[in-house]
Design a protein around this ligand. Structure first.
Ligand code: ADP
Ligand code: 5GP
Length: 223
């Protein structure tokens, strides 16, 4: 759909990207993630597994795979999770199979995960990972957004705010940082990062080699 990802460049074979978005709760990463998924080609969401209760607006197997603590533990023990972490008192984890399949097929995946998960993915698959940390413009605005979202109980919001300071400290571990003051601008910056990363030579060595051969063959009349 988006112009940035169409055209000849899109047809040159390359390795898949694991686009990691992290932020303190309420900074806007899920909103930016949703916009990217709606507006860019060849990008799919990694649907996490969680023991957190489902919010009213959420659909099972679309936003998360909602599971019991026991089921989560079973998956973790059988190595079915590529990474996992305890966040705000609940467990969250990334199912391994869809990610391995996407990377093998050169498709890109988006991960809305916390810094602990981001760290594990960077340790396990650094060549694939492109990581972006989203910061709120102010703590007052972060608090206002958590209240405006109006999907969590007051005590849950307070717990998330209390954890925000610790989470914010992790921006240094990421490849890029975006301050989400204006949503449209933040989205376009995230889109620009992904567009540029898709064009990196190291992801396209094999595909560009084939492309070069065809270019040269066509020039000398061999094609
Ligand atoms: P996160 O996924 O980081 O917890 P969300 O994406 O759910 O955060 O955003 C929290 C709330 O803030 C939502 O109601 C969202 O619509 C709103 N929001 C996101 N970005 C902005 C922005 N730039 N300006 C104002 N409100 C925003
Ligand atoms: P929420 O409950 O608001 O949906 O998410 C709470 C936090 O957990 C967010 O920071 C979100 O990015 C993170 N999270 C969601 N899924 C995963 C996951 O699979 N792994 C990790 N490590 N964190 C996750």
């Amino acid at each position: 759909m988006a112009g940035a990802s169409q055209g000849m460049d899109n047809r040159i074979e390359r390795t898949g990207i694991m686009l990691v978005l992290s932020s303190p709760s309420g900074a806007g990463k899920s909103t930016i993630a949703r916009n990217l998924l709606e507006r860019l080609d060849n990008l799919e969401l990694s649907i996490s597994m969680t023991t957190r209760p489902r919010r009213v607006s959420e659909i099972d197997d679309v936003h998360y795979h909602f599971v019991s603590a026991r089921e989560f533990e079973r998956r973790r023990e059988s190595d079915a999770l590529l990474e996992w972490a305890e966040v705000h008192g609940n467990f969250y984890g990334t199912p391994r199979d869809p990610v391995e399949k996407a990377m093998a097929e050169g498709r890109d995946m988006l991960f809305d995960i916390d810094w602990q998960g981001g760290k594990q993915l960077m340790e396990k698959a650094r060549a694939h990972v492109v990581s972006i940390f989203i910061l709120p413009p102010t703590m007052d605005e972060l608090m206002a957004r958590l209240h405006r979202r109006a999907e969590d109980a007051q005590e849950v919001i307070e717990r998330r705010l209390a954890n925000a300071t610790e989470e914010i400290r992790h921006w240094r571990e990421y490849d890029y940082v975006i301050v989400n003051d204006d949503l449209d601008r933040a989205f376009h910056r995230a889109e620009a990062i992904l567009t540029a990363e898709r064009l990196r030579v190291d992801r396209r060595v094999a595909g560009l080699g084939d492309f070069e051969e065809k270019l040269i063959a066509a020039k000398s009349g061999k094609a």
